[in-house]
Design a protein around this ligand. Structure first.
Ligand code: BV8
Ligand code: ZN
Length: 251
């Protein structure tokens, strides 16, 4: 299995959370990505997410996303991708790779949707979706009118304020999504961990399930992290360069 974090998208131009470019108007993500911040100042939180949506829309998947997508789509694929990222770049890379070469470069074409098992498990949700803060109805993201708190998007069903469909700090992850991630890790021979500082839980402990089951960890990160000491192999470089070098020959 593969676990990715914000570092995976750094070479696409999406700022990481804890790197120097991760700040926005001197706020830390932990101050804005919380239910308390949203109920205190929904306009400020929406300004941050609207800014991120605009930035992400202008970004492209990088060669690391593409190499991983091709690897996931191979007919013999038995790899599960779990991501902490909400930017949707893995899905865009998978859709593009599936169009270009439905089986990642080998075997018979499987037309139509990305195969079920090849989809990214987004444990922290998606910035491309909205969710009602009252009735939890989900919908595709709508444009956000930031003129004032009164012009923020509201639920068509109950009139509640819409929020981005992401998991905030202090909020529980979706049970089914999280157990799918831990199950994949528990069954994996190898957990490839790319681009995460491994400080946000419970996602950061998913790779430990591979270790507990006798599997190995490979870490792709220019820096070391709390997972580094558990890694059988550490590839200390940017995922946009390391993953193509690592995965393309395997294809
Ligand atoms: C939960 C969605 C319980 C939103 C995100 C004290 C108080 C309150 C809570 C806690 C606390 N202590 C611990 C907690 C729990 C908390 C937590 O872990 N906090 C941390 C900060 C200590 N966790 C939670 O609150 C979680 N929920 O515990 O619920 C519960 C249970 C039942 C009932 C109720 C509650 C929810 C956590 C989810 C938060 N949401 N995102 C949004 O995006 O706006 S987390 C956010 O951080 C992103 O998803 C991000 O992916 C994630 C992790 O960060 P990273 O991905 O690792 O990114 P980071 O910038 O940190 O690191 C980048 C790495 O890439 C670096 O290592 C860098 O070296 C590397 N890199 C850079 N360039 C490259 C590269 N690598 C490769 N290539 C490159 N080119
Ligand atoms: Zn509603």
């Amino acid at each position: 299995m593969v676990l990715t974090g914000a570092g995976m998208s750094a070479e696409s131009g999406v700022p990481t959370f804890r790197g120097e470019s991760g700040l926005w108007r001197s706020y830390r993500p932990e101050e804005l990505a919380t239910p308390e911040a949203f109920s205190r100042d929904p306009l400020l939180v929406w300004e941050w997410y609207a800014w991120r949506r605009g930035l992400i829309a202008a970004c492209e998947p990088n060669p690391g996303h593409t190499a991983l997508a091709r690897f996931m789509l191979r007919p013999s694929r038995t790899t599960t991708l779990v991501t902490q990222n909400v930017d949707g770049l893995h899905t865009r890379a998978l859709e593009r790779a599936h169009q270009e070469e439905p089986t990642g470069g080998g075997g018979l074409a499987t037309p139509g949707e990305i195969p079920e098992g090849a989809r990214a498990i987004e444990v922290h949700g998606t910035i491309a979706g909205d969710r009602c803060s009252e009735c939890h109805l989900r919908s595709a993201a709508v444009p956000v009118d930031l003129t004032s708190v009164d012009t923020l998007p509201r639920c068509t069903e109950c009139g509640g304020l819409l929020r981005p469909d992401v998991v905030w700090f202090g909020e529980a992850l979706d049970e089914a999504v999280l157990s799918a991630a831990f199950e994949a890790a528990g069954n994996a021979d190898v957990c490839l961990v790319a681009g995460t500082s491994a400080v946000v839980h419970p996602a950061a402990s998913v790779p430990l399930a591979t270790l507990h089951n006798g599997g190995d960890l490979i870490e792709v990160n220019p820096e070391s992290t709390p997972l580094s000491r558990h890694a059988r192999v550490r590839l200390a470089g940017p995922s946009g360069e390391v993953l193509p070098a690592l995965l393309d020959p395997l294809g």
